[in-house]
Design a protein around this ligand. Structure first.
Ligand code: PLP
Length: 421
């Protein structure tokens, strides 16, 4: 079945999105893996890169490379221009009002750790609370646990329901005079649940509580607008938005960034240094100690430009059709147990095949060139909630097709056959 046929059936409308053309932008997708064309369904872990990103990074190293900010010579100026240009691109991509609010970090994990140590740690007292949900990636658990241990504060967890949705009543009840920060994901990597972040932020704001939204999984699928969302912090990873690894963005509202002390010192983040004291640079540079990932930031800018050009809403609509199709196809197999059935979901299907170990599922699918992730997905508390140790997870990007969903279904049938089911 072609992609158009699939969506015609499902959505009753043809799409103007030309997935065959878009796939040509991604050299990795035309590979043969284990004798079959690769079906890359592991996008929640990391995404493939379009030629425009690869060429931009290559050009950054080939023609425009030097260290940034301090050079008077031409190559340094070119590198600085491209690096700071990428910051402006990221500002637009996130819908941030000010370019000073865009801090380049290694990724979502580093962004969250930065907020935990620079913003929260000096403000936490014994008995204070940090509020997260039962749906979080380890990156949005462990940094808060660490800062709680360092200060005597408590980590409080809002429970989820059997569909894998945050219990909003419990959330409202959990917001208290001791809550110093709410930190929640926009989209769950393990289940694909899209959380009602606007409501989560508003409820916290009504009580004067700052919010951090982990946008690692949202950025590749949804148009972002942090100004409208009104959160204090928002984090994104470059490698999940078709950009390089080792680079990401922390958006922080300027008044928050201004009141934060840096947690790493070094070059690039200072205005003046003596042996007695140091005057820090203004945000965002205050939080970017050391030589940054220059080519990574420039490549991230190219990736964001690429997504903007495709149109995030266009790809989001396509992915919604694809997810619906995949959910229907897998739902027809009685041996498949879907883990995570939220009303609002994006791009992820976590599943189990009866009692067959997820690692066996992933290994057999790989023999047909179908790449899915198996394991706990860095979300062990989510696995604990569903009383499973791992799942197989197919996660989609806009370059995936209905044919690849059909291959996944065929692969699952093969797994069942191998295990005599
Ligand atoms: N948060 C979520 C929801 C994620 O899915 C991930 C990565 O899978 C992270 C945080 C951590 O991102 P990174 O490893 O890029 O820092």
């Amino acid at each position: 079945m072609t992609r158009l046929e699939a969506t015609d059936v499902l959505a009753g409308k043809p799409s103007s999105f030309d997935v065959s053309r878009v796939r040509l932008d991604f050299p990795a997708l035309s590979q043969i893996v284990n004798g079959s064309p690769v079906a890359y369904l592991d996008n929640a872990a990391s995404t493939q890169k379009p030629t425009s990103v690869i060429e931009t990074v290559t050009a950054a190293y080939t023609f425009n490379y030097s260290n940034v900010h301090r050079g008077v010579h031409t190559l340094s100026q070119r590198a600085t221009e491209a690096y700071e240009g990428a910051r402006e691109t990221a500002r637009q991509f996130l819908g941030a009002p000010l370019v000073e609010e865009i801090v380049f970090v290694r990724g979502t994990t580093e962004g969250i750790n930065l907020v935990a140590q620079s913003y929260l740690r000096p403000r936490l007292e014994p008995g204070d609370e940090v509020l997260i949900s039962g749906l979080e990636h380890h990156s949005n658990i462990v940094p808060w646990q660490m800062v709680c241990q360092q200060t005597g504060a408590n980590l409080r967890v809002v429970p989820i329901n059997a569909k894998g949705e945050i219990d909003l009543d419990a959330y409202k009840d959990a917001l208290s005079r001791r809550t110093r920060l709410v930190a929640m994901s926009h989209i769950s990597n393990a289940l694909g649940t899209v959380n009602p972040v606007q409501m989560i932020v508003e409820l916290a704001q009504q009580r004067g509580i700052p919010t951090l939204i982990d946008g690692a999984q949202a950025a590749p699928h949804l148009a972002l607008d942090v100004a409208t969302l009104g959160c204090d912090f928002y984090t994104v990873s470059g490698h999940k938005v078709f950009g390089p690894t080792g680079i990401g963005v922390l958006y922080g509202r300027l008044d928050r960034l201004n009141e934060m002390e840096p947690y790493q010192g070094g070059g690039e983040m200072i205005r003046s240094v003596t042996f007695e004291s140091t005057e820090y640079a203004s945000p965002p540079h205050k939080f970017e100690a050391g030589t940054p990932h220059i080519a990574g930031a420039i490549g991230l800018g190219a990736a964001m430009d690429y997504l903007t050009e495709l149109g995030i809403d266009t790809i989001g609509a396509y992915e919604t059709d694809l997810l619906r199709y995949a959910t229907q196809c897998l739902g027809r197999l009685p041996e498949v147990r879907l883990i995570g059935t939220a009303d609002d979901k994006a791009a992820v299907i976590s599943f189990l095949l009866e009692d067959i170990h997820a690692h066996d599922v992933g290994t057999i699918l790989d023999q047909e060139g179908i790449a899915v992730r198996v394991g706990h997905h860095c979300a062990q508390p989510v696995m604990d909630y569903f009383q499973v140790s791992s799942t197989a997870r197919a996660s989609f990007a806009f370059y995936n097709t209905a044919q690849e969903v059909d291959r996944l279904v065929g692969g699952i049938k093969n797994v069942l056959e191998v295990f005599g089911r």
